[in-house]
Ligand binder design. Sequence first.
Ligand SMILES: Nc1ncnc2c1ncn2[C@@H]1O[C@H](COP(=O)(O)OP(=O)(O)OP(=O)(O)O)[C@@H](O)[C@H]1O
Length: 240
Amino acid sequence: MTSSAAVEVNGLRVHRGGRLVLRDVSCTLPQGVVTGLLGPSGCGKTTLMRAVVGVQIVSAGSVAVLGSPAGSPGLRNRIGYATQNPAVYADLTVAENLRYFCSVLRASRSDVQRVIDEVGLGGHADQLVSSLSGGELSRTSLAVALLGKPELLVLDEPTVGLDPLLRDELWTLFRTLASRGVTLLVSSHVMDEAARCERLLLMRDGSLLADDTPGALLVQTSTGDLEQAFLSLVRAKEAA
Ligand SMILES: Nc1ncnc2c1ncn2[C@@H]1O[C@H](COP(=O)(O)OP(=O)(O)OP(=O)(O)O)[C@@H](O)[C@H]1O
């Protein structure tokens, strides 16, 4: 593992439900960088994220995270993971959930207010989670992932259902965190989010089509936008 790599994935192969859903995936996540994981629904984004977090049974290959094998007990408090289906308690308020997870993680109590402010949920802190909108719920899940100042954040479609203003604010937060040295892996199936990432992993049908900067992908494919670049890479692979 190189010193600047927070995550190194080598020859990762995963079966789910008897099907091969990750096919020899290899990639590197540089430390302090926002890496976008993009590709169509069902291509394997969540599965790759689960492997990085260490909750996915793998058939072959290796995943090293912050210098240790993924899933090592010592990594637990160093990684924040926000899933697509928020794992928060519906019958507690936003602040109660955060106080609960704060004690589970043994994070500082002052973190609760910090993360509420970071995700813009100040007006909803005392609201029951069961009454939140979809976007507020996903921001609550993101707030939980931010507790304890993790070194690696794995965020599965954190901006789904958010209006453009909130999306913009969250991407600004992601870049601020990265500038402090946090490594972020952020999935999306919306190509217009790709341009906001410093690096991109483009995925299709369980394989990586590209692991590069948005600018380099445009140059490599001689295209003007990342949607076209993705299509060009798909066609090149099919023609090969
Ligand atoms: N528990 C499971 N059992 C069997 N197959 C599964 C399971 N979970 C996921 N899969 C399959 O694995 C493949 C990859 O799924 P994954 O959730 O990683 O895709 P994704 O790119 O994250 O999709 P989306 O953007 O829709 O969330 C899909 O074909 C999916 O149907």
